[in-house]
Design a protein around this ligand. Sequence first.
Ligand SMILES: Cc1cc2nc3c(=O)[nH]c(=O)nc-3n(C[C@H](O)[C@H](O)[C@H](O)COP(=O)(O)OP(=O)(O)OC[C@H]3O[C@@H](n4cnc5c(N)ncnc54)[C@H](O)[C@@H]3O)c2cc1C
Ligand code: SF4
Length: 330
Amino acid sequence: MIPRIDYDRPAALDTVLDVLLREGRRARPLAGGTDLLQLLKDGLLEVEHLLDLRALAPTLSGIAVGPGGALRIGALTTLAEVAEHPLVRGSFRALAQAAQLSASPQLRNMATIGGNLLQLNRCEYFRSDLPCWLHGGRSCLAAEGDHRHHAIFPQAPCLAVHPSDPATALLAFDARVEIARPGGAVVEEPLSARLKDPDPDDPHHFHLEEGELITAVLLPPAEGESVYEKAMERAAWSFALAAAAVRLSFSDGGRVAAARVVLGGVAGRPRRAEAAEAALLGRPLDAEAVAAAVEAALEGAAPLPGNAYKVELAKGILRKALQRLSPQAG
Ligand SMILES: Cc1cc2nc3c(=O)[nH]c(=O)nc-3n(C[C@H](O)[C@H](O)[C@H](O)COP(=O)(O)OP(=O)(O)OC[C@H]3O[C@@H](n4cnc5c(N)ncnc54)[C@H](O)[C@@H]3O)c2cc1C
Ligand code: SF4
């Protein structure tokens, strides 16, 4: 049962920003509601004021090429629109695939790209409101308990993984986020600079100052081909156990000229695998290069007994992604 909460649907962005600044975390923007409303029902967030963003859809949703050539995806754009839009499918295929592999068709029609970046982690202890570190308790319950779905790279004390598929793909395109601030200022920053580890004061994986709102995600013009692969517990509609977003471009001689390799489902933030990128650069994308990149990407993994399987899973997913970009990779 949701406790009494004030509800408004402001018609102006400035009103939203003013309320967010004045009321701090007691006020929350409401987009598709697919995560926020469940968190409220489960008593996992204390919120006194919901600011429904839907009246701002004319300015905060939609996909178009901006003046500098970047693709601008409004924060209220649904994952279904991201998955289906021809400009995304054309030049940012891994993002379209990541959106398409997120949740269910019904959820994708409601879930927005802005809300996706602010969703909370899916650790079962956290979602069951058990007194783990992230809920202000002393320790991570998953570390000693069930950590099958948790991080395989060292991180402490919270072992939860970043839940978003689109975030993993966005990093492969060096995406930026456009953020509105109180007083009307709008800033653009790399998405990577805003990703953070969750903590008891702010369990989100995305850093927002009080009074800030994501207004868009920006994708600079992207060269090359890209792909997103995801391993799930069920065949569909579930979060990534491991995922890989890869973007490669090739020289005229067929060698890798530029590479982005990002792993999802393995750490508290999507993990850019720079060692894997280095292993690919300047080489033809043959079986040897793929094997070297896969090993390099998982270097430093330190799984717990219950999630050691994810190391091989992540290797398999990355291998598959690279092979899909290269007909000659074995
Ligand atoms: C059954 C199920 C399966 C799922 N599977 C996947 C999956 O496989 N992959 C995946 O990536 N996701 C998955 N999700 C998560 C889903 O994608 C997110 O719940 C959704 O994207 C959140 O978007 P929303 O618009 O509904 O956000 P809301 O629920 O409305 O809000 C979520 C958070 O974002 C904040 N917020 C919303 N918009 C803004 C904004 N513009 N600026 C600042 N803060 C904002 C809200 O205040 C809130 O804190 C799943 C969810 C469910 C319920
Ligand atoms: S992984 Fe994080 S959210 Fe889960 S039990 Fe540990 S501290 Fe809590």
